[in-house]
Design a binder for this molecule. Sequence first.
Ligand SMILES: N[C@@H](CCC(=O)N[C@@H](CS)C(=O)NCC(=O)O)C(=O)O
Length: 212
Amino acid sequence: MSRAKLYGADYSVYVRIARLALIEKNVDHELIPVDVFSPEGLPSWYLALNPFGRIPAFEYDGLVLYETAAIARYIDEAFQGRWLQPDDPRARAAMNQIVGLLDSYAYRTLVWDIYVERVSRPREGTPSDEGRIAAALPLAETCLAALDGLKRPGPFLLGERLTLADLHAAPIFAYFLKAPEGRQMLTRFPQLARWWGAVSELPSFTATEPTG
Ligand SMILES: N[C@@H](CCC(=O)N[C@@H](CS)C(=O)NCC(=O)O)C(=O)O
């Protein structure tokens, strides 16, 4: 069997989600660097893997995949190791609901509207767009309230076992919590604060800390 290949950069939320799944499943893999923000643009060979020009893309034994939720589910289902999806259909539906709401609402709001504006832009010498941050806060609060409502008792989002929901949420929170607005908001959701404490200490999570 060939070695799994993940294309992307370690700063990417979505690349980190796929790496977490690969590490949690103990899959032998390599990260092939693709900088999606390179001024030169993406090479054509990468666009052949992911025509939408986003990272990551995944390749294994003749299979090419993009869209991180599909990649993570494939990794969980195709490889031996700990099962990262709940057995119970209702809990699995909640997991898929969490992944969907993170993709549809949380990623852009928590990462781009709040983290990038509050932390990245000033670091690059550009002032934060305060209007964009203020406008994002209500949807950010809705995201945290929804996650809090779906959270089941136990250290992880769906209870005692780590699932793909945790792997999808943690890299988004890692950026959001670098902004003071994110840290302050989390204090209003003690269950999520305890979840963050557990998930941020996972060896897979510390091993995938962005280097840049
Ligand atoms: N729906 C895609 C989203 C991937 C995505 O947005 N990746 C970001 C990096 S975290 C990206 O490639 N951004 C480049 C851009 O927005 O132009 C997935 O699930 O893989």
